[in-house]
Design a protein around this ligand. Structure first.
Ligand code: HEC
Length: 403
């Protein structure tokens, strides 16, 4: 077994468990936010029962109650819902290492963006995960976070956008996107384990001892769980973003990510407000504006047109592809990292090249993020050859003399 085969299988295993744990975590998180809003409050408050809800799911009725614990009595077993968060991180971080840190920087750095070395980029990535939690936690434990906490909110948004902007100017677009996601995901998990679970422990200890629980702990836990709930949608997008080169591969990728964060947070805000019966639909206006702006930014008007020039025959186009692409995109790649055709896409026959004409245009001419990290050193003149060939309808029966 060679290294890359082990990495491939690690990748599959970690990603699979990561997804399952993440779905479980986000599922319970969405469910409890909804449940809290859906509870019918007891009025006048019945002793101990704060609210209840009737639910129907898969063949049965469920009565869920939210209660204060009677002093000195602890029901058992109690389900905490904290392992989903832990598992998500414990599979997510090694996945980050496998895909981004152990692949000699192919996905992590981009010489067209900055001259950072792979080792520096890895240090930056890991450092970011640690420092961002410390800064966030300090900010939200400080006096700025008390009361309406507008100052802490504004500062958090500014810091988040600064990180997006900064990373996009140092790492590859893909590396920047995944690291913003990993940063927010790490903060979410740390919120659960360092702030929310300790508050819950205090609730239990207080119930057992028959004392009143520490209000500041539970108020802070509530604040942190609200933050978690707001960032889930943006984080999910970032985790999937490597499928969308039009976002991370865009020259203004940082702006697109900032806008998509606003979209995710905005949609979640509208959902939460609706669940609670508070009108916040006006939030859909900035959300729609952000979506429209992203669509505008990624539309072709933004990109330079194809240079005019003589007709390009298939032989000329194929020469470029043979020179710059097939080291990865073939049945048996000669590349040192990719042992299988990336995404199963090969360019060994005229038909297979032609079948991918439009995605080749997108990646080579418009976004210019293929060859990956320009590993094979494609020149602008070569991109122009492919662009012209594509503009002329990507013929595959032309001869070299047409050049
Ligand atoms: C160093 C290896 C490497 C080289 C060289 C390379 N690619 Fe890729 N290519 C990849 C990887 C990895 C992916 C999958 C990840 C992604 O989509 O970014 C990919 C994906 C693609 C896709 C998207 C395929 C799909 O439908 O999902 C296209 C199109 C593409 N490459 C075209 C090219 C062209 C054209 C060239 C040459 C100009 C080229 N690539 C050179 C590694 C490479």
């Amino acid at each position: 077994m060679n290294d890359s085969l082990i990495l491939d299988w690690l990748n599959v295993g970690l990603r699979w468990v990561h997804l399952i744990a993440g779905i479980g975590w986000i599922g319970t998180s969405l469910y409890f936010m909804w449940l809290d809003a859906a509870l019918i409050r007891s009025d006048p408050p019945r002793s101990k029962v704060e609210g209840h809800a009737w639910l129907l799911h898969s063949g049965g009725f469920y009565l869920v109650e939210r209660r204060k614990l009677p002093p000195g009595q602890l029901p058992s077993p109690i389900h905490w819902f904290k392992w989903e968060a832990a598992m998500t991180w414990l599979t997510g971080f090694p996945l980050l290492v496998t895909v981004y840190y152990l692949t000699r920087g192919v996905y992590l750095v981009d010489p067209a963006v900055s001259s950072i070395t792979v080792a520096q980029a890895v240090a930056l990535g890991i450092g970011l995960l640690i420092v961002s939690w410390l800064v966030y936690d300090l900010l939200w434990s400080s006096p700025l976070a008390r009361g309406a906490s507008h100052a802490a909110t504004v500062l958090s948004w500014a810091l988040l956008f600064a990180v997006v902007y900064g990373l996009a100017h140092v790492l590859s677009g893909r590396g920047a996107y995944i690291h913003v996601g990993a940063m927010l995901g790490t903060i979410m998990v740390a919120n659960v384990w360092m702030r929310i679970v300790p508050a819950q422990r205090d609730l239990i200890a207080a119930a057992t001892a028959g004392r009143t629980p520490d209000d500041t702990l539970s108020a802070r836990a509530k604040q942190r769980s609200t933050h978690n709930s707001y960032v889930t949608f943006p984080v999910i997008f970032m985790m999937l973003s490597n499928h969308y080169p039009a976002t991370y591969g865009h020259p203004l990728n940082w702006l697109i990510l900032c806008l998509l964060i606003v979209v995710g947070v905005g949609v979640r805000h509208v959902m939460i407000a609706r669940e609670r019966g508070k009108p916040a639909d006006w939030w859909l206006v900035p959300v729609a504006a952000a979506v429209a702006f992203v669509v505008f930014l990624t539309s072709p008007v933004w990109f330079r047109g194809t240079p005019r020039g003589a007709r390009v025959g298939f032989t000329a186009a194929k020469e470029v592809i043979d020179r710059r692409c097939v080291s990865c995109h073939s049945q048996r790649p000669s590349d040192d990292i990719f042992r299988n055709a990336p995404n199963g896409v090969t360019f060994e026959t005229p038909e297979s090249i032609r079948a991918h004409a439009e995605t080749i245009r997108a990646r080579v001419v418009v976004l210019r993020n293929m060859p990956l990290g320009n590993k094979t050193g494609m020149t602008d003149a070569e991109r122009d050859i492919l662009a012209r060939w594509l503009d002329q309808g990507a013929p595959i029966d032309g001869s070299a003399s047409e050049r």
